[in-house]
Design a protein around this ligand. Structure first.
Ligand SMILES: [Zn+2]
Length: 253
């Protein structure tokens, strides 16, 4: 809570917005102050529209790694995401676990989701997020031959485990930095804490001078070209000790 309080206080300090652009002599030029929010496992008829409303309110955009199985039921929500200015990307069709399903089935599952997006004429970005984050170099290379960037994250909110909106908020605000990619979920369960946290997170990040961008905008702004250059998740151990290192990194289907 102390970290959150400090962040909130600094966000509203009258001179705070001047400080991010002031470099230290001899330090490398600062990265652009942008953050990519990402939402997995949707679309959800209950939570995705709420998230889109919040993004609109704060002039923010995000990337939604949707599941084919959900998208097939709610294709209109995909159009709402695109119309809001956010981006759709691929989380597979059946939320397969690469470590169990293997390479061929994982690629087939991603292709099945893509076929649905194409049939529905939904524009998508060529990014694939592996369910549970389960991935390796072999998967990344195989995806690359199909034109996909394997995309992970740098801040894991663990929102799928419903740790409380305060926890989710503090996790994002305490780890926010230029170039961060935040993992959250709009589908797969009760995401009311995610929505509530977002309501707190968005105004603070905006007050801190961050632009909240889609992954295509992120890649362009940072001058990235290849999949391997997107940030990878930080290594364990977790500093706060609340999250066992062995815990699955992402929500079950
Ligand atoms: Zn997922």
């Amino acid at each position: 809570m102390a970290i959150l309080t400090a962040t909130l206080a600094s966000a509203f300090h009258p001179y705070h917005r001047l400080s991010p652009l002031v470099g230290v002599a001899g330090s490398p030029p600062p990265r652009p102050r942008l953050i990519a929010l990402t939402f997995d496992d949707g679309p959800s008829p209950r939570y995705t529209p709420e998230i889109l409303r919040l993004l609109n309110r704060y002039d923010a955009h995000a990337t939604f790694f949707v599941l084919g199985s959900e998208a097939a039921q709610f294709p209109q929500i995909l159009r709402d995401i695109v119309n809001q200015g956010s981006t759709i990307a691929n989380h597979g069709y059946h939320h397969v676990n690469y470590f169990h399903a293997g390479l061929t089935r994982t690629l087939q599952d991603a292709a099945l989701a893509q076929a649905l997006f194409n049939k529905e004429k939904i524009p998508t970005a060529p990014y694939y997020r592996p369910p549970f984050g389960n991935s390796n170099k072999k998967l990344a290379e195989a995806l690359a031959t199909k034109g996909y960037t394997l995309t992970l994250w740098s801040i894991d909110t663990h929102d799928w485990s419903m740790p409380g909106m305060t926890y989710i908020t503090r996790k994002v605000l305490s780890e926010a930095e230029p170039g961060a990619i935040v993992l959250m979920h709009d589908g797969g369960g009760n995401r009311s804490q995610t929505v509530a946290a977002l309501e707190s997170i968005l105004p603070v990040l905006r007050a801190e001078g961050y632009r909240l961008v889609t992954l295509p905008q992120y890649v362009r702004a940072l001058g990235l070209t290849g999949p391997q250059k997107l940030p990878l998740p930080p290594s364990p151990p977790q500093k706060n000790g609340r999250i066992p290192a062995t815990r699955s990194m992402e929500a079950p289907p």
